[in-house]
Design a protein around this ligand. Structure first.
Ligand SMILES: NC(=O)C1=CN([C@@H]2O[C@H](COP(=O)(O)OP(=O)(O)OC[C@H]3O[C@@H](n4cnc5c(N)ncnc54)[C@H](O)[C@@H]3O)[C@@H](O)[C@H]2O)C=CC1
Ligand SMILES: CC(=O)C(=O)O
Length: 318
């Protein structure tokens, strides 16, 4: 019943391309009751709030306001999308030092306001900054969640749907590892409907080749570069992915999503945040799902973890 539901509150920190697109998705999908926007650029935030509020009559009754860190006190979720984005040619890992510095002060400010909810992190490099947020906040690991490879997995499913001319909702597969250049496609577990992708191709697309599938993965991995070259930022798809993750949490959906979370022995990895399938609920990350990987996929995941740990060294002791 709508009457006895406790209103939920989401605070977004960083309302540039990603943060403002996420706010727009939340309102359009009727996901939250209260939405607070925080950014260093106060004029931009106020302008966004006016603009979003004027759309509320067409969407759902959401209270939107420009706020400050004290608004985090009773928030259910704090979503961080603040910080530098990649310039053409820059990798996500190139952003590490700049954004880690910004994160230290943001997370400290949020925790000073006695925040006791769940963090979602999207700023890049997302795996490293999720780990940083977990360390800086002192919250249990299940309550600090990175967007991980949710976007890469969506790109993978979309491009395979186009290739097979099928509804993307019938494509089941994951991209795991770093949200970045060392991510990997889990072909051994990719299914179309309930059929393994290779068998499906043999039966229904015999002219298809493994090389074409490999090129699809390369386009998934490099999608951010392709978009940034053309328009300077990527934001709509990640905003929708963050809205999906927000729904999974606030509505206690127990959804399996490829988020960035702390591995503690799963997949033979330890003490880093990395993209893996995990069950997400009102408690945050309930548990990691350990799907069977073949030998090549295991090696690729280990390599991805190794690159992430190396990249983290200058910033953290890992
Ligand atoms: N995880 C993912 O799949 C994706 C992550 N991203 C990442 O999201 C981040 C944001 O990207 P954009 O929105 O395109 O950048 P943007 O430059 O448009 O927005 C960043 C915002 O952060 C604000 N900001 C900076 N320092 C702040 C602080 N200390 N406190 C409050 N606000 C602060 C800026 O004023 C700006 O409005 C980047 O790191 C980008 O790489 C982008 C797309 C996908
Ligand atoms: C920018 C980024 O991380 C992406 O679009 O995947």
């Amino acid at each position: 019943m709508a009457f006895d539901k406790k209103p939920n509150k989401v605070v977004v920190i960083g309302t540039g391309y990603v943060g403002s697109s996420y706010a727009f998705s939340l309102i359009n999908q009727n996901i939250t009751d209260e939405l607070v926007l925080i950014d260093l650029n106060k004029d931009k935030t106020e302008g966004d709030v006016m603009d979003l509020n004027h759309g509320v009559p067409f969407g759902a009754p959401t209270k939107v306001k420009a706020g400050d860190y004290e608004d985090c006190e009773n928030a259910d979720l704090v979503v961080i999308t603040a910080g530098a984005n990649q310039q053409p040619g820059e990798t996500r890992l190139d952003l590490i030092e700049k954004n880690a510095r910004i994160f230290k002060s943001i997370v400290e400010n949020v925790m000073k306001a006695n925040f006791d909810g769940i963090f979602i992190i999207a700023t890049n490099p997302v795996d490293v900054l999720s780990y940083a947020t977990w360390k800086y906040s002192g919250l249990p690991m299940e309550r600090v969640i990175g967007s991980g490879t949710i976007l890469d997995t969506a790109r993978f499913r979309f491009m395979l749907g186009e290739y097979f001319d099928l509804d993307v909702r019938n494509i089941h597969g994951y991209i795991m590892g770093e949200h970045g250049d060392t991510e990997l496609p889990v072909w051994s577990q990719t299914r179309i409907g309930s059929e393994h992708i290779h068998r499906f191709m043999e039966k229904y697309k015999p002219e298809g080749t493994m090389e074409e599938l490999e090129n699809i993965f390369i386009n998934v991995r490099d999608a951010a570069y392709h978009i940034i070259e053309r328009k300077g930022a990527t934001h709509y798809a990640i905003a929708m992915g963050l809205a999906r993750l927000t729904k999974a949490i606030l509505r206690n959906e127990q959804s399996i999503l490829t988020v960035s979370t702390l591995v503690r022995g799963e997949y033979g990895l330890d003490n880093l945040y990395i993209g893996v399938p995990a069950v997400v609920s009102r408690r945050g990350v309930e548990r990691i799902i350990e799907i069977d990987l073949n030998d090549l996929e295991k090696q690729q995941l280990e390599h991805s973890a190794k690159v992430l740990k190396e990249a983290m060294k200058p910033v953290f002791e890992v």
